[in-house]
Write a protein that binds this ligand. Structure first.
Ligand code: NAD
Length: 331
């Protein structure tokens, strides 16, 4: 009972969410927050990048609405394909049971909750800010220093870093007790996991508040699932994904198999839902490279060394889906 009361009290504390970076993750995190009814202030460095982020949010919402619109007709078609002729009444029952939870108005209503800006000063009313900019410690530290000038003394500072130690980022702000990691997965509207990482100095109430906040969010499929992880490079998931992704790249580099066959092998032979190279293209090869380099630097273990092929592809601007070319080409 006490826990429920705490949770309700805690959730009320967060009304406005800030997100820094309108790229792959920042725009998708913004969509989840706004769809859950929060006001969101989304910041990037140019109007053009904000416009790209907005288009991505519209695309994600359109997919959600179309999925809901398709459910009833597809179910009716499926039943009839089994040779069963449904009566009008039965069709109506299916339609009622699978009535869309979202419709076209969801798109505009969700977008209206988002304020797009290039100014840190617009984030002054945020109760929590999630930073999702480039995976470079200096970029992130500078963002937190800027936020310090505008955020309230109680506002929580969270970072979506995949690999940078939280304690080192916290050293850039006035009150390191307010900063922690909230590592969302790509794409957050379907993957519910969030690794919550306190730094050495993070206050316990900040950790609890964020965990309660995240637990109360729903993505397109289910409730978000925060897990608490100690501050160690790569946290839990990337510690395992990075060596696998690197190895897939080395296998390709050595010419043992094609990219498609490497991915097919892991799907058909290991039960992975996606191949490691497809996943790297979705994550962004620049991000994949930066994360591997950071883990290698932190642990000094050669299993994390970034493959030369990955480096060359990043230099060539082949960053995966976001640039239309990575291990695969995208139309
Ligand atoms: P991205 O390159 O798609 O987007 C980064 C955005 O940040 C860009 O739009 C850039 O203009 C913006 N930016 C840079 N400096 C800024 C500043 N000072 N103010 C405002 N905006 C700024 O990167 P991404 O893939 O979205 O990754 C963002 C973060 O999330 C990284 O730390 C990454 O490690 C982490 N992450 C990425 C994934 C993934 O699959 N891509 C998954 C989990 C975590």
């Amino acid at each position: 009972m006490e826990e429920t009361q705490d949770r309700e009290m805690v959730v009320l504390n967060i009304k406005t969410v800030g997100v820094v970076g309108a790229g792959t993750m920042g725009s998708a995190i913004t969509e989840v927050m706004a769809l859950n009814g929060y006001s969101v202030v989304l910041k990037d460095i140019s109007d053009q990048l904000l416009e790209r982020g907005k288009r991505n949010i519209e695309r994600i919402l359109t997919h959600l609405v179309e999925y809901h619109e398709r459910r009833a007709p597809e179910e009716i078609k499926r039943i009839e394909s089994l040779g069963i002729k449904l009566t009008e009444e039965q069709i109506e029952t299916v339609r009622n049971a699978l009535r869309p939870a979202y419709d076209r108005s969801t798109i505009s209503q969700t977008i209206e909750r988002i304020r797009f800006t290039t100014a840190y000063s617009d984030m002054d009313g945020c109760d929590v800010v999630i930073e999702a900019a480039f995976e470079k410690p200096e970029v992130k530290k500078e963002i937190f220093r800027e936020l310090d000038k505008h955020l309230g003394d109680e506002a929580i500072r969270a970072t979506n870093t995949s690999s940078i130690p939280i304690t080192s980022l916290a050293s850039s702000i006035k009150n390191p007790g307010l900063l922690l990691g909230t590592h969302f997965f790509n794409p957050p509207y379907t993957l519910p996991l969030v690794e919550v990482i306190p730094g050495l100095q993070t206050e316990e109430r900040v950790v609890n508040e964020i965990i309660s906040f995240l637990k109360n969010l729903r993505n397109h499929r289910r409730q978000m699932l925060p897990i608490r992880v100690k501050d160690s490079p790569g946290f839990v998931v990337n510690r395992m994904i990075v060596p696998a992704q690197n190895e897939a790249c080395f296998i390709l580099q050595e010419g043992l198999a094609t990219a498609k066959d490497i991915d097919e092998a892991m799907k058909a032979g290991a039960g992975w839902p996606m191949g490691p190279l497809e996943l790297a293209d979705m994550v962004g090869l620049d991000i994949a490279y930066d994360v591997a380099a950071m883990l290698y630097n932190e642990f000094g273990d050669p299993k994390y060394r970034p493959p030369t092929l990955l480096k060359r592809m990043v230099e060539a601007g082949y960053l995966g889906r976001k640039t239309g070319r990575g291990f695969y080409e995208y139309g």
